[in-house]
Design a protein around this ligand. Structure first.
Ligand code: OFO
Length: 170
């Protein structure tokens, strides 16, 4: 049986995962509009992954005999200065999610909620992976540069990553 505060925190995270899905989908629209097809495909795939993160929380709350609550989802940013700006924001967002997951883990262990602590371990590992992926994309901008040729290669690389994610996400 989950306690009220943990249900509330899990629902907050559930809604944040919805926001993440919307944010990545909106970013993919900006990329398409600016001819970065590989980046658009990669971000669209990532949006699907975020919906799976949301669904996982939804199922856990529901399977624990509590009520998942879908609330108001804030509008994601629409305008970006450049492709680098998009990926700077993705990395900052994943760092924020990691901090939130860590706070949730801390809350669960503090109230001796071991099932939730155990459930959250998947997110801890996932966040490590996601930070690594977005950091590596961002590193490419710093290493290869920001001119048109470099952006072509970075975008192409993201197209390959999108195909790999597509296989994973089904
Ligand atoms: Fe990007 O990991 Fe969920 O939010």
């Amino acid at each position: 049986m989950l306690i009220k505060d943990i249900i509330h925190k899990l629902n907050e995270q559930l809604n944040l995962e919805c926001y993440s899905a919307n944010m990545y989908l909106q970013m993919s629209a900006w990329c398409s509009d600016n001819r970065f097809k590989g980046s658009a495909a990669f971000l669209k795939e990532h949006s699907k992954a975020e919906m799976q993160h949301m669904q996982r929380l939804f199922n856990y709350i529901s399977d624990s005999c509590a009520l998942p609550l879908l609330g108001h989802i804030a509008e994601p940013p629409v305008k970006f200065e450049s492709l680098t700006d998009v990926f700077q924001q993705t990395y900052a967002h994943e760092q924020l999610i990691s901090r939130n997951i860590n706070a949730l883990v801390h809350a669960a262990i503090t109230v001796h909620d071991y099932p939730t602590f155990n459930f959250l371990q998947w997110y801890v590992v996932e966040q490590q992976e996601e930070e690594k992926i977005f950091k590596s994309v961002l590193d490419n901008f710093y290493l290869i540069g920001n001119n048109e040729n470099s952006l072509f290669f970075i975008d192409n690389d993201l197209k390959k990553m999108a195909h790999a994610c597509c296989k994973e996400n089904g």
